[in-house]
Write a protein that binds this ligand. Structure first.
Ligand SMILES: NC(=O)c1ccc[n+]([C@@H]2O[C@H](COP(=O)([O-])OP(=O)(O)OC[C@H]3O[C@@H](n4cnc5c(N)ncnc54)[C@H](OP(=O)(O)O)[C@@H]3O)[C@@H](O)[C@H]2O)c1
Length: 279
């Protein structure tokens, strides 16, 4: 789906969208929806401590912490509270969920079974895992549906696409590995910038210069990767001359015990932890 299509479809949305939890992720979604032209009058936000920007949207018709009966039978409910408070927050949502409601949860580790049990209502359920670049509209979200019609899935896709790309899977068991790759992945990239800066300082650069070079290199290479149709391996090969400086570094990074082996262990550890935490 192109951004233009998502844009048009969200602008024409005439149902009621309820956002539960407007912290970092919830606010990123809300920003994205508004950027795509969703009318604030079609949105209700449930949030105990709304940011001033969100409170200000009430002037444009957004409903903030409305009475339950004002939002009963919502078209879609997006749950963006911390997983730890799901037990407290979810049962209170049941009365606003109708059989036609599309419930989308972005809570890490909360399975479709646990969501269904907590809501205890027939409805379309979508479990989604976004990542932090959502804050700048450049996230990637993986979604798995249950009991969702094509229309429910399309609506969820459009809502989630407001913060970046969306991929759909059918096998919920893959969510642990998804969490380990894209959910936790931004931290690995930040660590790469840290490690490159440390290595630059160790090679004799002033610390501030090393940090700047590492940061801009990671950001610039990421942007190049984003804009290029080429595979990461091809982009790497394109900047590696035989016998050159990059090749010398890559012979270390690509050794048997190098980055690929380390990353495989790191992702396996995160996958195992996600499996342990899932409920
Ligand atoms: N951040 C990420 O990178 C990321 C990635 C993947 C998935 N997620 C998932 O996204 C969800 C939100 O994460 P976040 O980083 O945005 O957390 P967050 O900033 O703490 O946002 C959660 C918000 O929910 C509010 N809240 C608490 N109780 C509530 C209730 N009963 N009803 C409605 N709202 C309530 C919180 O208010 P108070 O502050 O007053 O408690 C807070 O503003 C989590 O489940 C997380 O697993 C996050």
């Amino acid at each position: 789906m192109t951004g233009a299509v998502a844009n048009a479809e969200l602008r024409n949305f005439s149902g009621l969208l309820v956002l539960v939890g407007a912290g970092k992720m919830g606010a990123a979604l809300l920003d994205g929806w508004l950027r795509l032209g969703l009318d604030p009058k079609t949105i209700a936000v449930i949030e105990p401590q709304p940011a001033p920007e969100i409170a200000a949207l009430t002037a444009r018709g957004l409903k903030l912490n409305p009475e339950q009966n004002a939002i009963a039978g919502a078209t879609a409910v997006v749950i963006a509270v911390k997983p730890q408070i799901a037990e407290a927050a979810l049962p209170a949502l049941a009365p606003i969920v109708a059989p036609s409601t599309v419930v989308i949860s972005i809570m890490a580790g909360r399975t479709l079974d646990s969501l269904a049990a907590a809501l205890n209502r027939p409805c379309a359920l979508i479990r989604a895992m976004p990542n932090t670049p959502a804050a700048i509209g450049r996230g990637i979200t993986v979604a798995v549906p249950r009991n969702a019609t094509a229309a429910a899935r399309t609506l969820a896709d459009r809502l989630l696409a407001a913060t970046g790309a969306v991929e759909w899977i059918d096998d919920e068991a893959l969510m642990d590995a998804v969490t380990a790759v894209s959910g936790s992945g931004p931290a690995y990239v930040f660590l790469l910038a840290e490690a490159l800066a440390q290595a630059g300082a160790a090679a004799g650069l002033p610390a501030a210069l090393a940090a700047k070079l590492a940061r801009d290199t990671v950001a610039g290479a990421g942007e190049l990767l984003h804009r290029s149709p080429l595979a990461a391996a091809t982009l790497r090969e394109n900047v590696t001359s035989p016998g050159g400086t990059t090749a010398a570094a890559l012979s270390v990074l690509m050794a048997e015990d190098g980055l690929a082996a380390l990353m495989t262990r790191a992702v396996a550890a995160a996958t195992a932890r996600s499996r342990q935490l899932a409920q």
